[in-house]
Ligand binder design. Sequence first.
Ligand code: ZN
Ligand code: ZN
Ligand code: ZN
Length: 339
Amino acid sequence: MQRFTCAVCSAPLFFENSRCLACGTQLGFHRGERTLAPLDDDGVYRDLEGRSLRRCVNLKLSGCTWLVREEGDECFSCTLTRTRPDDHDTTGLAQFLDAERSKRHLVYELDVLGLPIEDRDRNPERGLAFDLLSSVEEKVVIGHQNGLITIDLAETVDSHREKMRARLDEPYRTMLGHFRHETGHYFEGTLVFSDPDLTERARSIFGDDRASYQDALKRHYAEGAPEDWRREHISTYATMHPYEDFAETFAHYLHICDTVDTALHYGLAEGPGPNSSEDFGDVVRETWIPLSVALNQVNRSMGANDLYPFVLPPSVIAKLDFVHKLRVRVGEPVAGPPA
Ligand SMILES: [Zn+2]
Ligand SMILES: [Zn+2]
Ligand SMILES: [Zn+2]
């Protein structure tokens, strides 16, 4: 994540800010310019191309500050949400606000990396969309199918998520992590399985995705991961099926790119970033490993759990490099209209 500053008073700003805390200026996020733009007294920002923009209609509902063309419009990130809690579901709506914050972070990062998102307007069958459902009254299974991602909003509640994390013996579980993992399934569909050569190459790296998913699921929950899973996988869940191995790898690719990017912006790291090396192994070895080791120690100094409780063996670095090359192949950072 980049560093933002107030265009009026130069105070530091953060991606989530709707107002500069130093000078009070109201702000809106411009997706194309990638700035927190200052709004005038009418709530309008005139952008570099002379368009008058205002904030997304969901500012109150989900804290969304993204700019749109017409009053009452939803921004691109918000339109990706197909289902949200009802207006009378106050618990669900509070959780929805947290989940939407993570989703905007995800969309921002996909834009920075140039990973193309097709929504359901452009591709009704397989475009990206989100059902953000509260499991208070119904069972919700987090997952992905043909571009449609289902998220259990209960995962925004720390006590619930921590209980699930402990039960599943995971070292890391966050809402942003869920979004990253599930979009990994979407991008494997759009970027890998649309190309026979890449599909073959993915099968040689992650395993044959034609293996029965139901059998894999049953086996995983009955027997757990193989003893030596650390040699070739980033997590126990990644051992379940080649689909999950790709999605876990993709999530880690986004974890690493975003964290390295943030550290470089704040002067906390040295070395190649996600956009300055063709070989992702260089980014991992020269920037990410020294940085994550230091950040783990920083967390231990605060009595907190390791920031990155994972080990990256050579075979996992090769998987990350596969995702990196896929991304570089299609990647063109988004610029232009905000909505
Ligand atoms: Zn300011
Ligand atoms: Zn919005
Ligand atoms: Zn998955």
